[in-house]
Unconditional design. Structure first.
Lengths: 210, 210
DNA sequence: GTGTGGAGACTGACCAGTCAGTCTGGGAGG
DNA sequence: CCTCCCAGACTGACTGGTCAGTCTCCACAC
């Protein structure tokens, strides 16, 4: 039908403004933080207008959430794909870590927003942060539980280990955001993965997953 | 612009007001975050007045800094002492981790401020945060370097490992702040220390340091 | 009276969010 | 092909609330 074609030729224009606002917001939030950023900064950076911003988003807060949610969704998909392609338990863990690190590397603005700029005030912000982190923890924990079942590692508190891993990865990325080291960030993938794996008693594969 | 130097009253009675303000500020900042807190919240919680607050502190920011600086200084001293009392390399590492975790456990408000509020607060606070974290990293790194020298562990990127440890400890404490688990927090000390030590290839002592 | 610690009303900058109005593309009717 | 018309995307000056920081006054001590 003509309808579908018409829509797809119509909406891109509309989507375009929304995207411009979102992209600019990512830059602005990343460089000034949520509270340091003023909606007019986003307006200016996006080359649109305040009206346009409030036409697409109900509040400054909502802009932030859209940004984070879009990014986390993408991240989850990327990880899922990478893990599917990987062989063996250790290979899958390596793929998961590598995907996280690589994604942060290619999206430093979003990495900053997710890891450093997340506002503390407001229950909504808190709840979402805890929930999203919890999801990630569950994924890693799943691998560790399987490793325990398969007798690859000793029985242990896999949830704790998952939190340790998340904290470790986050801190290493934060160091990179703050100091620029190592350059490129990808250089940490191999040694970082080795540290994480041996913390629970697993040995890395000879050739890490791509 | 007002260089109203932060006054430190000599009379112990007047020092009392300052302390009340600081203690209340810790509670307020911990529960609402820096930007979510309003100076009048601190005024109300401390049972003093705006005049008193601005008599002792130059700005809201300064209150926050005083809080963080006092706490970090105390923390550093506690760690130093605990490590001095400990025997052997592994024992010292165990003591350092245990001290950190215990201190956060007994000061949840300050833990929240240091681990959750501080990172998210704007650029003004970044420099100091990076520097202080760097110091902590250097301490841990020192232990690891010694372990490498003594051939207790393989040569490796000890700075990376130190960041991994810091991130891991922080994340575990944050989980406790968010979810209340484990109760008491001290229950993580032994398994957490084991994870950290084995990540670099060290075995824990039979009986962990007190 | 003079100094010190404190109270709390007040000010003014700042900024999220609004709204009355403009512009544009495209569809219906000629 | 050419109006005319409308929906709805977009504009930006404006508003109203908020809050850090100031100012004036007071109570009490010496």
């Amino acid at each position: 039908m003509a309808t579908a074609v018409e829509r797809s030729s119509k909406t891109p224009q509309r989507e375009d403004t929304r995207r411009k606002i979102l992209d600019s917001a990512a830059q602005v939030f990343a460089s000034k933080g949520f509270y340091g950023s003023v909606v007019d900064d986003i307006v200016k950076a996006s080359g649109t207008s305040k009206g346009a911003v409030y036409f697409y988003f109900e509040s400054k807060e909502r802009i932030f959430f859209s940004l984070v949610e879009d990014y986390v969704t993408t991240l989850a998909q990327e990880m899922h794909l990478a893990v599917q392609r990987a062989r063996g338990l250790v290979g899958q863990v390596e793929a998961a870590v590598a995907t996280l690190v690589r994604s942060f590397h290619t999206n430093p603005a979003l990495a900053r927003i997710v890891l450093l700029d997340w506002p503390m005030a407001g229950a909504e912000f808190q709840g979402k942060r805890i929930a999203l982190k919890g999801m990630l923890v569950e994924v890693l924990r799943g691998y560790l539980d399987r490793a325990v079942e398969d007798r690859r590692i000793d029985a242990q508190d896999t949830e704790l280990a998952a939190y340790v891993w998340i904290g470790a990865i986050g801190e290493v990325v934060v160091r990179w955001l703050n100091t620029g080291r190592p350059a490129p960030l990808e250089d940490v993938i191999v040694p970082l993965t080795r540290l994480l794996l041996s913390s629970v008693g697993l040995a890395p594969t000879a050739s890490p997953a791509t």
